[in-house]
Ligand binder design. Structure first.
Ligand code: FAD
Length: 386
């Protein structure tokens, strides 16, 4: 059996390699960067993905680095009052079988990488940016930017937001820049002035802004993420999302919320992207996975979780179909398409709800305040998983 080639060694690509190896497939991961790695910030993990990480045999190792919040709190950034909370304690665990946790990206990626390195079925190569490919006979011939070539039985494009593989399969151009700009910072807990909500994951939502705070690395550091919906971006102005626009956007926020801006670094910021859900992401022996297939805004905190779910389903479908890659990839995308599309569209909606002002803010707060913290039914579709 020829090996399967995976373009991209992020969370999605490595999860796919591991899931396929566990089914006895040989896999080669071609990563563009000179080293495997992740940026140093936090990531939230729901029970839907814990089930997948458990199947991949890495949950315990990842959880050893995690922090387990007792609730997910939504507060109003203008008055700092709690609007609603999702209790993620005992009842949540009983309902979904797993805990909600937050973890440093490097720890999540690093533990999956460690297991990949231990598996003889997986070859890991860096500085191998995939530049193109063609299907030839019963194989896919992949060409890398440095001229290296590989022949595999199939190709999985897990090469992220700017996927080269996607452009060959779908050809729909660049992802949509949402005009939402993100600043982040991880600081030691002893530098955090107000720790009154330190046991929870808290989101303060406000007009065209929000701030997220939760602990990482066993609770020793605080992850801080500030996001603005850029007015300058909407108006096509220069310097959209620049640090002075961040300060400007937070001038209306409650002093406590505004004060937390000191925890985010101004050195680097990111603009968020997503895409409208595609109706197809496979062609013959080539398919897509993770952000290459369905990039999403961060508002449900599910992008990486969807990538890991993709990986498990992909390996299941291939195991059932043997060498019949075309039908297996169609079965895979059939199972993944609506669920990932729901995440993409719900994330947009949740982003809107977070960022409202005026009467819409009043309505949001009134309706959400009526929620019972333990009424989890609205999340069943997501957290019960696959
Ligand atoms: C602010 C923010 C907060 C987020 N919070 C969460 C959260 O709490 N929970 C969650 O689940 N998700 C979250 N996400 C989403 C999550 O980060 C992504 O969905 C996830 O990392 C996607 O993984 P991936 O492996 O598909 O793509 P990527 O992580 O982008 O990995 C792609 C890999 O492919 C490589 N590559 C690129 N081009 C090529 C090429 N041509 N050839 C070979 N290799 C290539 C890249 O170097 C990279 O290593 C968040 C995103 C943002 C922006």
């Amino acid at each position: 059996m020829k090996e399967i080639l995976v373009a991209g060694g992020g969370i999605g690509g490595l999860s796919a390699a591991l899931a396929l190896a566990l089914k006895g497939r040989r896999v080669r991961v071609l990563e563009k960067a000179p080293e495997f790695g992740e940026i140093g910030y936090g990531i939230q993990m729901g029970p839907n993905v814990s089930r997948m990480l458990d199947r991949l045999g890495v949950l315990e190792a990842i959880e050893s680095h995690a922090f387990f919040p007792d609730a997910l709190i939504l507060a109003d950034a203008l008055d700092n009052r709690e609007i609603t909370r999702i209790a993620v304690g005992k009842f949540f665990r009983q309902r979904y079988g797993y805990r909600y946790f937050v973890v440093h990206r490097r720890d999540l990626h690093g533990e999956i990488l460690k297991v990949c390195r231990q598996r003889g079925e997986i070859a890991l190569e860096t500085s191998r940016g995939v530049a193109g490919f063609e299907e030839r006979g019963g194989a896919v011939l992949v060409r890398c930017e440095n001229g290296a070539e590989y022949e595999g039985a199939a190709l999985v494009g897990a090469d992220g937001l700017r996927s080269v593989v996607r452009q060959a399969v779908i050809g729909d151009g660049a992802a949509r820049a949402a005009g939402h700009f993100v600043y982040r910072g991880v600081v030691p807990m002893d530098q955090i002035a107000d720790r009154s909500r330190a046991e929870a994951m808290t989101i303060w939502g406000g007009p065209d802004l929000h701030l997220v705070q939760y602990r990482l690395r066993g609770g020793t550091v605080m992850n801080n993420v500030a996001t603005i919906v850029s007015r300058r971006f909407r108006q096509g102005e220069k310097d959209a999302g620049a640090p002075d626009e961040l300060e400007e956007a937070f001038t209306r926020a409650h002093p406590h919320v505004r004060d937390m801006l000191r925890y985010v670094s101004r050195e680097r910021h990111w603009v968020l992207h997503d895409r409208d859900p595609a109706a197809n992401w496979s062609n013959g022996r080539v398919t897509l996975l993770g952000d290459a297939a369905h990039p999403t805004l961060q508002y449900l905190a599910q992008g990486a979780q969807m990538a890991i779910e993709d990986a498990v389903v992909l390996a299941d479908k291939l195991a059932a179909a043997g060498e019949d890659f075309g039908p297996a990839f169609q079965a895979y995308q059939r199972e993944r398409m609506n669920r990932s599309a729901r995440v993409v569209l719900s994330s947009r909606f949740f982003g809107e709800v977070l960022h409202v002002d005026g009467g819409a803010r009043e309505l949001r707060n009134e309706l959400l305040r009526k929620r019972e913290p333990e009424s989890h039914a609205e999340f069943d579709w997501l957290y019960r998983g696959i």
